[in-house]
Design a protein around this ligand. Structure first.
Ligand code: NAG
Ligand code: NAG
Ligand code: NAG
Ligand code: NAG
Ligand code: NAG
Ligand code: NAG
Ligand code: NAG
Length: 581
């Protein structure tokens, strides 16, 4: 019986299929159920549903397989319930054909109604994008849109920036395309400056319009790319250094320092010296990386005291930017504590000398004090003069140039030289002293006549002496020097005193006989000797020489007369010739 019924059912089913496919006359029953309704929720009835009484069973022909798994159909009552949680996003509708025992077939359509059971969802949680700084306003970049499987208002409706939008740098714009997706763009809303804000981390939410709305979230990390929009900046506009002139080549002087707010190459700085504007002689060099400045050539205070360098800091951008700074390097004199006193002697040959004939007030020397290192300190200098036995003084009109003058008469024969000391003291703290010793020579004038050692000389000579016999050497001195003291002697011609018998050597003062002397003619000839110096004009003096002539006889005397009567004065000089026998 069962088997028959089974056969019968099969046959009926086949027939119904034929009927369903063939028959046009049939009822359509639309049912609706919200997705997510609890399992077992009644969807409706196949029939009119007026009663749930059991009737003859329907023959159910599902269209599609899901009907049997998802729906529970009471074949007797025609009641349809959910068998599982329905999900519109998986299956939006079910259809089946119900064949009653009698009557038209009923085509049942179960529509699953949308519920807001899906949140907008971004495809990635994080998105990384880059903008160059200074990108113009309104420039946009497309972001991944959020997708929402739900329909209409339950689909994505709007986007918001939740956080991270420093200074409102960005805004969002969106538009819906035909595919239903709400596309999203990020737009620049303000001024992007990497040096102010180098990166942003925007949290963006996508919302639908459910009650309450569901949301999805995405973090957009924005890196602002550097543009070379900052020039290097020196930490000082002027640098100053002092270096002694004997600093060796390679000595480090100072370091300049510049910063550049840009990143990478745009912020990398290279230092150089602008040689077109400064230091053409390469006296200095700079380390291009560190900005350290070094001595490059031997310095010389005397040729240049102050060096002004123009130093350039340039970045490595494609279009490099540069800045300049000034470096003043003062070179100091290493002889700082040894200022010099310059003395110019006002003598004919510029040697330290003064004539003894110089009158008080006459100039000896001109003094200037030199210290190239501290002009300012020396501008108010006090120069003093010591030594010289008070015979010299200083005068100045401007306190810069001093003149050494004679203040008391000089006499070379008393003091042939003087030691003078010039001391210069500045007003610096501590004061610097300079001193100079002058050995001043007093030069001679012919102010002394020769002087004989005696005013009167006495000499003896034998009457028999041959001509040329020495009589006496007389001697005169002269306190002057040089030609002023070079003495020449000569014999003053006095015929009455028989000077012609004698001769004096002009150089040595040796008096000799020139002829035979005759005691009877003149027993005591008297000579006048003159000594003359070689000065201009010459000076001279004279001395008197008394020569006593002696008679000498060695043979036995034979008198030619037996009596000699002679008179001799009682005060007659001893040895004098009184009688020739
Ligand atoms: C994005 O930025 C945030 C905040 O700065 C950071 O914590 C995160 O690591 C970044 N993510 C990526 C992928 O760079
Ligand atoms: C430079 O001169 C000063 C003073 O004369 C001396 O003390 C110093 O050693 C010198 N320096 C060099 C590098 O010669
Ligand atoms: C500038 O930089 C140099 C080198 O680093 C440093 O010696 C100097 O003190 C700095 N100047 C200022 C005003 O900071
Ligand atoms: C210069 O020095 C001398 C000696 O030390 C002193 O008497 C005199 O007052 C000084 N003059 C000035 C202007 O300082
Ligand atoms: C200076 O004169 C003295 C004699 O008064 C002399 O001894 C000395 O050698 C002289 N010095 C110079 C440098 O002429
Ligand atoms: C000294 O006198 C001689 C002769 O008159 C002359 O040749 C010489 O140049 C003079 N010497 C000096 C230093 O004047
Ligand atoms: C010597 O001469 C003087 C005068 O000439 C005369 O007085 C005197 O008597 C003379 N004596 C003799 C001894 O002749």
């Amino acid at each position: 019986m069962m088997r028959r019924f089974g056969d019968m059912a099969l046959i009926r089913q086949l027939m119904v299929l034929l009927l369903v496919t063939a028959a046009l006359g049939e009822h359509v029953r639309d049912l609706e159920i919200s997705e997510g309704a609890p399992v077992g929720t009644r969807i409706g009835f196949i029939g009119d549903g007026a009663s749930s009484d059991s009737g003859p069973p329907y023959l159910i022909v599902p269209v599609g397989s899901a009907v049997e798994t998802d729906l529970a159909i009471d074949k007797s009552t025609g009641e349809i319930r959910t068998k599982v949680l329905l999900d519109r996003e998986k299956r939006a509708s079910y259809s089946l054909v119900a064949i009653p025992i009698s009557g038209d077939n009923i085509k049942v359509l179960v529509n699953v109604l949308d519920e807001n059971d899906n949140a907008p969802t971004f495809p990635t949680a994080v998105m990384n994008i880059e903008f160059p700084e200074n990108t113009p306003r309104d420039v946009k970049r497309t972001l991944h849109p959020a997708r929402d499987m739900d329909l209409d208002i339950f689909n994505t409706q709007r986007y918001n920036i939740v956080s991270g939008n420093v200074n409102n740098a960005f805004r969002l714009s969106s538009h819906r395309e035909r595919d239903g997706v709400l596309y999203l763009d990020l737009q620049i809303n303000g001024f992007l400056d990497r040096e102010t804000t180098a990166s942003y981390s925007l949290v963006i939410e996508a919302l639908d319009s459910g009650t309450p709305p569901l949301r999805g979230e995405m973090t957009v990390n924005i890196t602002i790319q550097d543009v070379n929009d900052n020039q290097p900046i020196f930490n000082q506009s002027r640098y100053f250094a002092v270096i002694p002139e004997n600093a060796t080549v390679g000595t480090s002087i100072l370091q300049v320092f510049a910063t550049d707010n840009d990143a990478g190459e745009n912020g990398q700085i290279e230092y150089s010296i602008n040689r077109r504007q400064s230091d053409r002689d390469n006296m200095f060099r700079i380390d291009s990386l560190t900005g350290q400045i070094f001595v490059n050539k031997p310095l010389d205070f005397e040729s240049k005291e102050m060096h002004e360098l123009v130093v350039v800091a340039k970045d490595h951008g494609l279009q490099p930017l540069e800045t300049t700074a000034f470096v003043s390097i003062k070179v100091t004199d290493v002889n700082d504590n040894q200022p010099t006193i310059n003395v110019i002697f006002l003598s004919d040959d510029a040697t330290p000398k003064i004539s003894e004939s110089a009158q008080p007030g006459e100039f000896v020397a001109r003094i200037s004090v030199h210290d190239p290192d501290s002009k300012a300190e020396y501008s108010n200098i006090n120069v003093t003069l010591t030594g010289g036995d008070g015979r010299f003084g200083l005068t100045t009109r401007d306190n810069i140039i001093y003149l050494v003058i004679v203040s008391l008469p000089l006499d070379r024969e008393m003091q042939p030289n003087y030691t003078l000391n010039v001391i210069a003291t500045d007003t610096g703290t501590p004061p610097l002293h300079a001193s100079r010793t002058i050995n001043l020579k007093v030069t001679d004038i012919n102010d002394n006549a020769p002087e004989f050692s005696q005013d009167v000389y006495y000499a003896n000579v034998m009457e028999v002496s041959d001509p040329g016999t020495s009589v006496i050497q007389i001697f005169a001195t002269d306190k002057d020097e040089g030609n002023n003291s070079a003495i020449t002697y000569f014999l003053f011609d006095t015929p009455d005193t028989h000077s012609s018998w004698f001769h004096v050597d002009a150089r040595s003062g040796l008096i000799t006989t020139k002829a035979h002397v005759d005691c009877e003619t003149d027993p005591v000839p008297q000579l006048t000797i003159v000594a003359t110096d070689n000065g201009f004009p010459p000076l001279s003096s004279s001395a008197t020489v008394f020569v006593t002539i002696h008679d000498v006889n060695d043979n036995e005397p034979i008198f030619d007369q037996s009596f000699y009567n002679v008179s001799v004065a009682e005060n007659e000089v001893e040895g004098r010739c009184i009688l020739k026998v």
